[in-house]
Design a protein around this ligand. Structure first.
Ligand code: UDP
Length: 384
């Protein structure tokens, strides 16, 4: 008899939530594999050598409107309330992002009240308007706002992040940061906004701390799993047929030796710097929307409730193309028609293996916020 009846590849939120649910609610014996030497996927955080907790793979801020997700994660962590605010450095001036009615007043001064009235009349208070939609407006004032926001908030940042203009990428991407018809300076407007007090890594450790879950780190799926839809035994685990469920949360192209070509991703290079002073910048994240080669600077102490620390650690984020080089990480799927078509070839390839499942940002080749993938993984584990 095999020791496990479910194998999960990847230990980010998709894999960890699925593991806990399958073990706890469904009585499964679960093995979680991860190629890295830690749990938590890209949400992994740890203290740096100066004691500031850093997010090794970029800032991850939790927010959700889902009570179900918030309650679920609250089983594994306590939170401190954190209404994340971002400013854009626009020619040296700091403007609230998303562009909102406060930003409008700062940019347009005495013309702002009339413009504000028009925005509210058009969209209603509290509305979230994608910049590409605002650009379609005929009214001269609204057009002027749209052009300002496009030029000063979106164009250069998006060129850095994606190597393309906002008009050339999936509209859903720029739509994540709308023009906000409100005076709320927070980056997100969700009901629940907070950060895990002991950090994400401990949240994951608690989630995975369950008798029927084993975690094997430093273990690349390719070393122990063989998946071949054409073979009689479609899944082999350590050389033996495996009939349980495999929940795969990694990159499909790499797992299947790029047989249908590479799935394009954007990657990031992070530059950490420790400074012997209490603060570097005014907010946890400052976006550089018209200048610099990096997109943003994160100052972690804001995100980790370490405001009293006498020193500080910051991180600059440089987007780069993902070239599958040693140490590079595929962070963002580049969703467009061609790439989605390529992805579908991989999906078709595995679709006749009923016990091979795809879950998460990489395996589903799409962007997920933390709360969205947690909710999706909860549903998935209920229905599998
Ligand atoms: N964006 C931008 N300027 C900003 C912030 C965001 O142009 O100041 C665009 C950019 O294309 C980015 C997208 O909006 O990729 C989504 O931003 P978000 O902050 O959600 O990105 P993430 O935190 O996931 O990298």
């Amino acid at each position: 008899m095999q020791e496990y009846d479910s194998i999960i590849v990847g230990c980010g939120f998709a894999g960890a939530v699925a593991a806990r649910e399958l073990a706890e609610k469904r009585g499964r014996r679960v093995l979680v594999l991860d190629a890295r030497n830690h749990v938590g996927g890209n949400c992994y955080d740890c203290p740096d050598e100066y004691g500031i907790r850093i997010h090794q793979y970029g800032p991850h801020i939790f927010h959700t409107n889902s009570k179900r997700v918030f309650d679920y994660l609250s089983r594994f962590t306590n939170w401190f309330s954190f209404g994340h605010e971002v400013v854009g450095n626009v020619h040296g001036k700091e403007l609230p992002i998303p562009f909102n009615l406060n930003t409008l007043a700062m940019v347009f001064g005495e013309r702002a009240p009339k413009m504000e009235e028009k925005l509210i009349a058009q969209y209603g208070e509290g509305a979230r308007v994608p910049i590409l939609e605002l650009m379609n407006q005929e009214d001269a004032d609204l057009k002027e706002i749209a052009e300002y926001v496009y030029e000063n908030i979106f164009l250069k940042y998006t060129m850095k992040q994606w190597g393309k203009t906002p008009k050339e990428i999936d509209p859903g991407v720029s739509g994540r940061v709308p023009v906000l018809i409100s005076h709320d300076n927070r980056y997100f407007q969700d009901t629940y906004q907070g950060m895990p007090i002991p950090g994400y890594t401990e949240l994951f450790e608690k989630m995975l701390d369950f008798p029927q879950i084993d975690v094997r780190l430093n273990c690349s799926a390719k070393d122990v799993l063989e998946v071949n839809p054409q073979a009689q035994d479609k899944i082999l685990f350590e050389g033996k047929p495996f009939e349980g469920d495999v929940i795969f949360t990694g990159a499909l192209d790499e797992f299947f030796d790029v047989r249908f070509g590479r799935l394009p991703y954007r990657s990031l290079r992070f530059e950490f710097e420790h400074l012997k002073k209490p603060f570097y910048q005014s907010h946890g994240v400052v976006n550089y929307t018209v200048s610099e080669d990096f997109t943003r600077i994160t100052e972690f102490k804001y995100l980790t409730d370490q405001m009293e620390e006498p020193e500080t650690t910051i991180m600059r984020e440089y987007p780069i193309p993902y070239e599958a080089k040693e140490g590079q990480i595929p962070y963002y799927a580049i969703n467009n028609e061609d790439n989605n078509k390529c992805y579908q070839q991989y999906v078709s390839y595995v679709k006749d293996i009923p016990n091979f499942h795809l879950l998460g940002r990489l395996a589903e080749y799409k962007y997920y916020n933390i709360d969205a993938i947690v909710e999706h993984a909860l549903d998935f584990a209920q229905n599998i």
